[in-house]
Design a protein around this ligand. Structure first.
Ligand code: FMN
Length: 216
């Protein structure tokens, strides 16, 4: 089944560090969620065989569609981790290009990685080559800050190596990062959805914006 079919009308549970753990995801399935994503998993920690990180890629038997979100900066490491996640049951593997937390951006991960489109391209290409069936997706922010809206550069860089390997998707986080020392967004983004639409129109991928499950 393609990622487009998975996403059609589905309630998607976003990746949430310390949030979207296995028991929580099982509850979400009971309440109707169909596509679920792990907490952020650092590829290097998997390489280091940390048991706590391996727990994050565990799939519950009742999860209809399960994705593992990876963070990292090294194409080989990310490719190895993507293959591992797939072998352990992930239906798709997502790359974190949005985490604004200093601890990770200082190491070049998350929102900082999105500022290096060439590296993004190398990482996605390596991951796509390492998996046999799982689509690679990326989760991007509108940008690093108000002056540096790099969503289009980052998502285009991720899309390019995948054009020969079938259906892929991107999800744009439409909320600006707030309250963190790096990736600071000084004021509310005036029109987040238009930026997402631009991304979609220019790159022609499946895309998914964030938003509340219940309309306000
Ligand atoms: C506690 C918490 C942890 C999060 N952890 C991650 C994460 O590990 N990876 C990620 O890509 N986004 C993470 N996010 C961002 C969410 O996936 C999502 O993009 C954000 O909450 C906005 O979604 P919404 O617009 O649908 O409400 C986190 C959000 C929260 C509240």
């Amino acid at each position: 089944m393609s990622i487009r079919t998975w996403l059609e009308g589905a309630v998607v549970v976003a990746p949430m560090t310390k949030g979207s753990n296995l028991p929580y995801r099982r509850l979400c399935v009971e309440f109707g969620a169909r596509v679920l994503v792990s907490e952020m998993v650092v590829a290097r920690r998997l390489k280091q065989k940390r048991r706590s990180e391996f727990a994050l890629i565990r799939r519950a038997p009742d999860e209809p569609v399960f994705g593992v979100q990876l963070a990292g900066t090294d194409p080989e490491e990310m490719a190895w981790a993507a293959a591992l996640a797939e072998a352990r049951g992930a239906d798709f593997v997502d790359v974190n290009l949005g985490c604004p937390i200093d601890h990770f951006t200082r190491k070049g991960m998350g929102a900082a990685l999105a500022r290096q489109p060439k590296r993004v391209g190398r990482i996605v290409a390596a991951m796509a080559a390492a998996v046999s069936r799982a689509p690679i997706t990326v989760k991007v922010r509108l940008g690093w800050n108000d002056r540096d809206r790099n969503v289009l550069d980052a998502s285009t860089a991720a899309r390019r190596p995948c054009s020969s390997t079938g259906a892929r998707a991107t999800r744009a986080t439409v909320r600006p990062p707030t309250g963190t020392p790096s990736a600071r967004w000084p004021r509310p983004c005036p029109s987040p959805w238009s930026a997402t639409a631009t991304c979609c129109g220019r790159t022609r991928w499946t895309r998914r914006g964030g938003g509340p499950a219940v309309p306000a």
